[in-house]
Design a protein around this ligand. Structure first.
Ligand SMILES: Cc1cc2nc3c(=O)[nH]c(=O)nc-3n(C[C@H](O)[C@H](O)[C@H](O)COP(=O)(O)OP(=O)(O)OC[C@H]3O[C@@H](n4cnc5c(N)ncnc54)[C@H](O)[C@@H]3O)c2cc1C
Length: 408
């Protein structure tokens, strides 16, 4: 029988310590500056490229870790350093995974290297799905891609919003509807190559947190891309659309299992980011509570403070366990019968919001200032319950999975 262990192996410990060193020595010291500047921290991304953290090879290695813990471990350490900078470093990975998951070998080989650039000329990539009227309701997407058979080109029109690295990316991955009647089953993903005419950055958002990460609208005005930019190719798309139309005719049974499994497998990674931020704030609060004295003793001597720290740590550890369980399930092909991936994202993101708020409270007035990092961590943590599916949407997915009913 296989031995049960929750201990990291030597290789995983080595990678974790290496990432922690980078987060502590390079990311954390730069965090306050780039948060104030609200700009992409190019020098830090370049530094990450030099040591091999900003590269497809690195993500592929973590992605294919047979225990499933490679990605959550990496996310936790980088986001422990700083959420805004870490998102600038891993944001390209989100677009790259879109190509890895749906692209042909040729597309992977052509486009992913251009997403990263090289250590002397780093580039970023963007994944553009959300729209002003299609956030949680992805099926409401209005961006259309129409095939121009004579030229073997796709013509894309629409407005994307909230795109991480949108407009500054070398390569944009754009999701568009090719058959509006099929809702989300009629969506396809396209590569928009560097310098393509008609793609422009719209508004750049000024945000509450993760301010070092660039978030913007992307306008697509008669953007023409070659047929080879359709991820997976036309033949595969035509087959998929034919199957979806057939199902729709046969009574609307939804082909949801594959898509759901993908989300369940990717959501724990966001949970791990939240664990990183929560752990960072908890550590600052613990240190502070040990050294800050009031009434002639360290504030941690009061149960009112010590119990808060006990709860914070308990919830962080519970969140990590849920994230690790879901990641292990994904890699070992276990069915997500209770939407365990969504559970992990829901619990970890809500934990990060709660724990960072408690950290601000434990630091008192200092916690409320930018002299201490917990104020930034608290602002940063609010993103986790919003992107990659809000907490309400996670609850909806879990409730539907448990009940088998179309809960709304
Ligand atoms: C900083 C940042 C970076 C992002 N990066 C990207 C990116 O790189 N690429 C990309 O494509 N998108 C990105 N997003 C978009 C993100 O995924 C969406 O913001 C998110 O899916 C929510 O959509 P929305 O903002 O339109 O909110 P809405 O869908 O309008 O939701 C508003 C509120 O209503 C609730 N709600 C909606 N429907 C229901 C329901 N059925 N039941 C109960 N409650 C409901 C929601 O939970 C939420 O509280 C990013 C967003 C931000 C803020």
């Amino acid at each position: 029988m296989a031995e049960f262990t929750m201990e990291l192996n030597d290789e995983q410990r080595e990678v974790r310590d290496w990432l922690h060193g980078f987060a502590a020595d390079v990311i954390r010291p730069a965090a306050a500056e780039w948060d104030e500047r609200e700009e992409t921290p190019w020098p830090v991304i370049q530094e990450a490229a030099k040591v091999g953290i900003y590269s497809l090879d690195f993500y592929a290695q973590q992605y294919f870790d047979p225990t499933g813990l490679g990605i959550p471990m990496a996310m936790e350490e980088l986001f422990w350093g700083d959420a805004g900078i870490a998102l600038s470093i891993v944001g390209t990975g989100l677009a790259a995974v879109g190509v890895l998951a749906n692209g042909t070998e040729e597309q992977i080989g052509t486009w992913i290297p251009q997403m990263y650039g090289d250590q002397n000329d780093v580039k970023v990539a963007a994944f553009c799905s959300s729209e002003p009227d299609a956030g949680s309701d992805v099926a409401a997407m209005r961006t259309r891609a129409v095939y121009d058979e004579a030229k073997d080109e796709w013509v894309i029109n629409g407005t994307k919003t909230w795109a991480t690295n949108g407009g500054i990316a070398n390569v944009h991955v754009v999701v568009a509807s090719v058959d509006a009647e099929l809702g989300s089953k009629g969506h396809a993903s396209f590569i928009v190559p560097p310098g393509t005419q008609g793609l422009a950055q719209g508004q750049k958002f000024k945000k509450h947190g993760i301010r070092a990460s660039h978030t913007a609208e992307v306008i697509l005005d008669n953007v023409r891309v070659p047929g080879s930019c359709l991820l997976g190719g036309k033949e595969k798309l035509d087959e998929r659309l034919a199957r979806a139309r057939e199902k729709a005719r046969a009574g609307g049974e939804r082909v949801k299992n594959a898509a759901m499994a993908t989300f369940e497998a990717s959501r724990p990674a966001v949970g791990a980011m939240a664990v990183g931020t929560a752990r960072a704030a908890y550590e600052v609060a613990l240190d502070y509570a040990r050294t800050r004295e009031q009434f002639g003793r360290p504030i941690i001597d009061n149960q009112g403070v010590a119990f808060q720290l006990a709860d914070m740590r308990t919830q962080i550890d519970a969140a990590r366990l849920l994230v690790w369980r879901a990641s292990w399930m994904a890699v070992s092909g276990k069915p997500f019968t209770a939407a365990e991936g969504s559970m992990s994202k829901l619990f970890a993101s809500e934990t990060a919001k709660k724990v960072t708020a408690q950290a601000v409270q434990i630091l008192g007035g200092n916690g409320y200032t930018r002299e201490y990092p917990v104020e930034r961590m608290h602002r940063d943590s609010a993103i986790y319950t919003i992107f990659e599916g809000t907490s309400e949407i996670q609850r909806l997915v879990i409730a539907r999975t448990l009940s088998g009913l179309p809960i709304r």
